[in-house]
Design a protein around this ligand. Structure first.
Ligand SMILES: [Zn+2]
Ligand SMILES: [Zn+2]
Length: 290
């Protein structure tokens, strides 16, 4: 049997929740998505409005009756569970628990988060702090949603830039079942992994499997990069228009291991959000060899 046929190809983009959570489902369908990512609150504010049961119900109904198979949430950018500033770290822990609870309310299994930044400590200390914070989170949160750690471009003091750093965090986490990983193609490339060539692509995923385990991959952010390999600058570009080019996405879209892993574009939205997202999604879908 063709395994591709039995599984569903999951491609989509990050969608706005403006006007109501359920509207993100409509938007995702309108651009031809079969999966999507959302923020459940403002990504630049600590405060969050409670999700009332009616909104959660509406979201779940809309989702059930849609072509969208998988949904992931991206956590707020303010969160830094690796901070040496005690107050900020505790605030971040509470914010992440709140985000996990919001995922449970909406029936969303995965909360994607950037591991943290070493703004006032060394990368090694920051990594230890992240693992410790995650242990504290799962001592308090016993729901369904899991934390999905995303690789970073290495801009500024961000950690989680290399697969080794992600493995270092993972090693110390007690609740391993509650952890997954998300790979952002632009971030990996900016961090110095030249996945634009077949050799580099294969080597990267081989390392991922050795250090983290391929079954731990829960999402892929499909973004081309405005900047060159190893630039450590995080600038997303439309699929095929950047330094990565189209080939790594062709490899990704035809990689049997990733067929039903959500592949989510966080590409520039331009003036016409719908047209931009639809184009990038279409582009990815067209790369699949039938
Ligand atoms: Zn990303
Ligand atoms: Zn990015």
């Amino acid at each position: 049997m063709n395994t591709k046929k039995a599984k569903k190809l999951l491609v989509g983009a990050h969608m706005s929740i403006a006007g109501g959570l359920y509207k993100s489902i409509d938007r995702a369908q309108a651009v031809g998505g079969t999966c999507m990512q959302i923020f459940t609150k403002s990504n630049k504010q600590w405060a969050s409005k409670r999700i009332d049961p009616e909104s959660a119900q509406m979201f779940k109904e809309r989702w059930k009756n849609s072509t969208i198979s998988a949904v992931a949430v991206h956590a707020s950018y303010l969160i830094n569970i690796g901070s040496a500033n005690h107050a900020l770290r505790i605030k971040s822990i509470h914010a992440l628990i709140d985000e996990l609870q919001r995922c449970d309310l909406l029936g969303i299994p995965h909360l994607i988060v950037h591991p943290g930044a070493a703004t006032n400590n060394s990368p090694v200390e920051c990594i230890n702090m992240i693992a410790q914070s995650i242990n504290e989170i799962f001592e308090q949160f016993h729901g369904h949603a899991i934390l999905v750690l995303e690789n970073t471009a290495g801009q500024g003091s961000a950690v989680g830039t290399t697969l080794e750093q992600l493995a270092e965090i993972y090693k110390t986490i007690k609740h391993k079942k509650s952890i997954g990983f998300c790979i952002d193609t632009c971030h990996a490339f900016a961090a110095g992994y030249d996945i634009s060539t077949q050799k580099g692509y294969e080597l990267f995923w081989e390392q991922f499997d050795t250090l983290l385990g391929i079954e731990k991959l829960k999402a892929i952010h499909c973004n081309d990069s405005k900047k060159k390999v190893g630039s450590r600058v995080d600038r997303h570009e439309d699929i095929g228009k950047g330094e990565l080019g189209i080939e790594p996405f062709r490899l990704l879209m035809n990689d049997e291991r990733f067929y039903d892993i959500p592949k989510i574009c966080e590409t520039p939205k331009g003036d016409d959000e719908q047209a931009h997202d639809a184009r990038n999604i279409e582009m990815l879908k067209n790369l699949v060899n039938h």
